[in-house]
Design a protein around this ligand. Structure first.
Ligand SMILES: [Zn+2]
Length: 87
């Protein structure tokens, strides 16, 4: 347990110096995305201001809810488009 903590810390140190290497891990909505650092595994998300912030359990919950709302919205928009084109 201690060993892996040290490994994470040394990787974090590398990231602190050279910057994180964020890769898109999850697209929540059109604007909100989750990123994961391919070096140290740190996860961040876009907050409501459009800035990157640490992906805390709270933000994970918010994003999970957001993605559900977004999926519903997309489905509704799709249905509306079909209705409009049919009428
Ligand atoms: Zn990193």
């Amino acid at each position: 347990m201690k060993k892996s903590t040290f490994l994470t810390n040394s990787k974090r140190l590398y990231c602190d110096v050279f910057g994180h290497n964020y890769k898109l891990s999850k697209q929540i909505t059109y604007h909100v995305k989750e990123y994961k650092c391919s070096c140290c595994g740190k996860e961040v998300t876009t907050n409501s201001n459009g800035y990157l912030t640490e992906l805390t359990p709270k933000f994970r919950d918010i994003n999970a809810a957001l993605s559900k709302i977004y999926a519903n919205k997309l489905a509704r928009m799709k249905r509306q488009r079909i209705n409009t084109s049919a009428a």
